[in-house]
Design a protein around this ligand. Structure first.
Ligand code: ADP
Length: 309
């Protein structure tokens, strides 16, 4: 059995429009790398962290906290060292914390001979998400671990469903360079919704799932609407409405807030459409003078994966 593994930890889009807290998807072209190594020393030690200014202390880093959750459920009597190479910016809304939580527990499970199921790994990784945002949400860590689209059907008991990914689906994500903390963007949400909004929302969730399974791109587009969270949260994101209308005009199936923002995502049919949408989004931020990162990506069907050392 390997003593050390290098893994790719994908960025993820959560809160896919109508699917607040329940739907997420993993990306291919943006993600962190991690090296995880078995040690005789018990516990988790983060020995290296490059690319972002984040805490190295085990209890303050999501990789450490998620890893400790796995260790406490395991009969392994050693520990692990972790090196983290961050490419995803913290607070960007594309699952920076989830990539580290999911990557750590996936790699440890691999090194231990896979004693845990994907569902177990999601539960461990959720401890990391709790550290990052105060809420143990699964909508980023589930797609990071299972790959593709995932639905968190229920939190109690935790029930994760992997959803079909249409073959031509691409994602475009633009990250305006402002930081929105998940904990802050949760604070502005209302805790109740009207029945009328609920009806519209679950109609769209059902439509989106049906569209993903039948690979009906038009239905996917019609269903990518959020009547509950986006109208409130979008006020935290500069030029959100303009970016959204520009991307739809450029051919996006739909467009919404990625995670808790400030990243904005669009789902597109085909790579050339996703590139056109990226150009349209960039134009908006260039015009208003906001710097950004932009990603065009196919959907990552495997989730966290082993890389060559
Ligand atoms: P994102 O939605 O992009 O994951 P969050 O705001 O949810 O962003 O999470 C980032 C928070 O998690 C930051 O406060 C950061 O300090 C903390 N954090 C701790 N460890 C890590 C890590 N390994 N990677 C990313 N963020 C981490």
């Amino acid at each position: 059995m390997d003593k050390e593994i290098r893994v790719f930890c994908p960025a993820t889009i959560a809160n896919i429009s109508c699917g607040f807290d329940v739907l997420g998807v993993a990306l291919d072209n943006v993600g962190d790398e991690m090296v995880v190594r078995k040690t005789r020393k018990k516990g988790i030690t983060i020995t290296k962290l490059e690319g972002q200014d984040l805490p190295l202390e085990t209890h303050k880093n999501v990789a450490g906290v998620a890893g400790l959750a796995l260790l406490s459920a395991s009969d392994y009597d050693g520990g692990f060292e972790i090196e983290i190479y961050k490419k995803i910016k913290a607070g960007s809304g594309i699952g920076s914390s989830a990539a580290s939580s999911a990557g750590a527990v996936w790699a440890m499970n691999k090194l231990l001979g896979e004693p845990f199921s994907n569902l177990d790994l999601v539960k461990f990784a959720m401890k990391g998400e709790e550290l990052a945002s105060g809420v143990p949400h699964a909508d980023n860590v589930a797609p990071a671990i299972y790959g593709g689209f995932t639905l968190v059907r229920s939190y109690d008991p935790l029930d994760i469903i992997k959803i079909n990914t249409p073959s031509e689906l691409y994602a475009t994500v633009i990250h305006p360079q402002i930081e929105v903390k998940t904990s802050d963007s949760r604070k502005i949400l209302k805790t109740t919704i009207s029945l009328a909004d609920g009806i519209k929302q679950w109609g769209n969730v059902g439509g989106l799932i049906a569209g993903l399974y039948t690979e009906d791109y038009n239905l996917i587009g019609r269903s990518l609407t959020d009547h509950i969270v986006e109208p409130i949260r979008s006020i935290l994101i500069p030029a959100f409405d303009t970016v959204k209308s520009a991307s739809i005009q450029a051919g996006a199936l739909g467009c919404g807030i990625s995670g808790s923002g400030p990243s904005i995502f669009a789902l597109c049919k085909g790579k050339s459409s996703a590139i056109k949408v990226a150009e349209a989004m960039q134009k908006v931020y260039t015009k208003v003078g906001i710097t950004y990162d932009i990603h065009v990506s196919s959907i990552n069907l495997e989730g966290v994966k082993k890389m060559n050392p």
